[in-house]
Design a protein around this ligand. Structure first.
Ligand code: FES
Length: 117
């Protein structure tokens, strides 16, 4: 089973390493949900809600699709590093990639403990 390693940065700047199987066809959003990060993903991965947004910090990944860019364009605070995690396949990111999650729940004390998948 192939594994993909990446780091998730929380809004407080702390980083947690993860290693997840990359041969199951999962999106990054699905991996984050499996790791208990509070990613809402209310549209189920259709690039229609932006509640799976992340800020890419380091590592290689494909260019965003037109649908992803269209959704990001609707966000008032989108940056050049903003991406929709539902549109990124685990197989397409480089090992050691790092990104910051956007989740309102961090402010409510619900940050995960950083368990491995
Ligand atoms: S889950 Fe809705 S845009 Fe990603």
């Amino acid at each position: 089973m192939a594994d993909k390693q990446f780091w998730v940065e929380l809004p407080d700047g702390s980083r947690t390493p993860h290693e997840v199987p990359s041969d199951m066809g999962l999106s990054l959003m699905e991996a984050l949900k499996a790791l208990d990060y509070p990613v809402e993903a209310t549209c189920g991965g259709m690039a229609l809600c932006a509640t799976c947004r992340i800020e890419w910090q380091d590592g290689n990944l494909p260019e965003p699709s037109d649908a992803e860019l269209d959704m990001l364009d609707t966000l008032p605070d989108a940056r050049s590093t903003s991406r929709l995690s539902c549109q990124i396949r685990l197989t397409d990111i480089s090992d050691g990639s790092t990104f910051r999650v956007h989740a309102l729940e961090w402010n409510q004390g619900n940050a995960p403990t950083g368990q491995q998948a």
